[in-house]
Design a protein. Sequence first.
Length: 219
Amino acid sequence: MPNPEAGFRRAWQGLEELEQSKKPRRIFRVIFFASARVPETDPTYAEYKELGIELGKLRIDGVTGGGPGLMTAFNEGIVEGWKGNPWSHGVCIKQINRDEPPNAFLKQAYYHRLILTRLHQFVRLGFWGAVVVADKAGYGSDLEKALFHQLIQFDQLQVPLIGIGRMWQERKAWEKKWIVDRGLADPDDLDIMQCVPKAMDALPIILEAHARFKAAIAA
């Protein structure tokens, strides 16, 4: 009788070997994590759309979870700023408990049934770029932030991780009290996420990372 656990072990080993043998294509992309539950009437919608517009003008790819809310704002901004042939990606999850179609501003939509495979694709797409987490973010965005935080911590990624707004400033204070100050992480680990007040404050950090990327490509 086949052993399912042995099959899983072989699959995981194969995935690890694939990761080691072939790195993702060298394309700078901004990965944007945010809540699907923020309406277009919310003031932050326009802020994240503006960030997308500025990145689109620079022909920088944008990646979201492909859903509504602030994800739509960012994808819409990428499309509006880029014009012509925008690279606006959505890494979508097939919802179990609610009908949530992809937003209308995706050039490329990827579909996943499993959260784990979706997270893996976010990492592949963001390998050479930057990661932005909005100030209105739920459990999904928190999970995604934690994944990138640990990959950077273990030096498996070298990308900026940017948290926008008071939410992440308070989260860092919580992490300092309950994790770093108790000796459960190094003080430097707390600095992995750079916190800024507003969406557009993330732009200089992204552009600095983009400049480093272009210099490395040219070298």
